[in-house]
Design a protein around this ligand. Structure first.
Ligand code: ASP
Ligand code: MG
Length: 433
């Protein structure tokens, strides 16, 4: 017997028919002898609808009242799932954010989780009752409803799993796991059996939108074992306990698994030579924009005068290049910001032109960031060189580069995104055979 948290996204909760399927999957876990808590999202599209109502009611809406409105979507689905489980003969009840309680700070619309212990809920679970928890919502210390930011139900699920010391947190979604890259771009993409927290964080932050990034950091911090798996399963599908999806685990657990099963431990289907698999996944992110400041004075403090104001305005700068200075004590500075923040960044820099002292500002929103990610690159040289060569062979120009210990990213022309991803997937021998 284990204690399992199951989380279902909006697509799985969209309508009574789908909720019935979810209830059947939940019941299956209970029948297998587990203590079960289920975290649910609002029906697909519902949160957007509620957000729009707030905008219509008052464009300058009070975030505390916004939270009251948008938290309602999950309240509906949690009640409906409890009802459906009861119809299947299970004992089930809903535990709203304020009932558990799931305590947060009072940063409405983007609240952070604080205290969470749910003794009554745990007692009910131990007594065989299924706990159904609306994701996304909590309660502030002032007793007001809060929400955790869009996509926050994943984070709710991980927080609940950590608090009740669950053996596993299963995130049921419309994909059946985490792939080496987007299978819509590369038909030969393969499902990963295991991915580490750090890899998942890098993949999530560079555009692979399977889980809310915050949920992955929380899982890493709390050591919650997370499985991503499909909610579209039929009766004879392998049970969740046999780990049919992708497990997100620590480096240490991965090392243990790999030494126990030297070959093909990570990929669903066997690849050419697993020992040499350096790259775990490739991600593309089109939501970046490039800014070039031309002829910036090449002196101490110049760069600080550019990035200081951007930081104050909460604009996240990612890749940065400063060119070699020209003869006249000038240099060019290139960097990227989220595309959504480009207009703000541009306005800010233009208003600071005199202080910074640059001559001209050029922007380009038609860029994509391609990243190769893998803990394997820690212990191997040449990962970046392979990337650059593979792109060069296809005449793909690299406009900027950034690296971390387990990631190499390049900025390229957006039109070449798909080609670049395909070429790299082959270059790192990730294609399914
Ligand atoms: N319903 C919320 C949203 O759409 C939270 C979630 O589904 O994770 O953002
Ligand atoms: Mg989601």
């Amino acid at each position: 017997m284990a204690r399992i948290v199951m989380k279902f996204g909006g697509t799985s909760m969209a309508g009574t028919e789908r909720i019935r399927r979810v209830a059947a999957i939940v019941k299956r876990q209970q029948d297998a002898g587990h203590e079960v808590a289920v975290v649910v999202s609002a029906m697909a599209g519902e949160t957007d609808r509620l957000v729009n109502f707030c905008r219509e009611a008052n464009p300058l809406y009070d975030p505390a009242e916004y939270d009251v409105v948008v938290a309602a979507g999950e309240q509906v689905t949690s009640g409906l799932l409890a009802l459906t489980l009861q119809a299947l003969g299970c004992r089930a009840r809903s535990w709203l954010g304020w009932q558990m309680p799931l305590g947060t700070d009072d940063a409405h619309a983007k609240a952070r989780i604080g205290a969470l212990d749910a003794p009554d809920m745990l007692a009910a679970m131990a007594d065989g009752e299924i706990a159904v928890i609306p994701g996304f919502q909590g309660v502030s210390e002032w007793g007001r409803i809060t929400t955790l930011g869009r996509g926050g139900s994943d984070t709710s699920a991980v927080a609940v799993a950590a608090a009740i010391k669950a053996d596993r947190c299963d995130i049921y979604t419309d994909v059946d796991g985490v792939y080496t890259t987007d299978p819509r771009i590369v038909a030969k993409a393969r499902k990963l059996r295991y991915v580490t927290y750090e890899e998942m964080l890098e993949l999530a932050s560079v555009g692979s939108k399977v889980l809310q990034t915050r949920s992955v950091s929380l899982a890493m911090k709390e050591g919650v074992r997370v499985q991503v798996l499909s909610s579209f399963i039929d009766d004879d599908a392998p049970p969740a306990d046999s780990l049919p999806g992708t497990m997100i685990v620590s480096d240490e657990e991965l090392a243990q698994i790999q030494s126990a099963r030297l070959q093909s431990a990570r990929l669903e289907s066997e690849g050419p030579d697993m020992e040499r698999q350096l790259i775990t996944g490739i991600a593309a992110d089109k939501n970046e924009a490039k800014v070039i400041l031309i002829r910036v004075p090449d002196r101490p403090g110049a760069v600080a005068s550019i990035f200081g104001p951007l930081a104050e305005a909460n604009i996240n700068v990612d890749m940065i290049i400063q060119n070699v200075g020209r003869d006249k004590g000038e240099t060019d500075v290139t960097f990227t910001v989220p595309a959504a923040d480009l207009p703000r960044a541009q306005a800010l820099l233009e208003s600071a032109q005199a202080t910074i002292g640059f001559q001209r500002l050029v922007t380009d929103g038609k860029v994509a960031k391609i990243s190769v990610v893998g803990v394997g690159m820690r212990s191997h040289a040449g990962v970046a060189a392979t990337m650059f060569q593979a792109l060069a062979d296809r005449q793909i120009n690299i406009q900027a580069i950034s690296t971390s210990e387990i990631k190499v990213s390049v900025l390229i022309d957006e039109d070449e995104t798909e080609l670049a991803v395909r070429v790299l997937h082959t270059a790192y021998e990730l294609d399914a055979i």
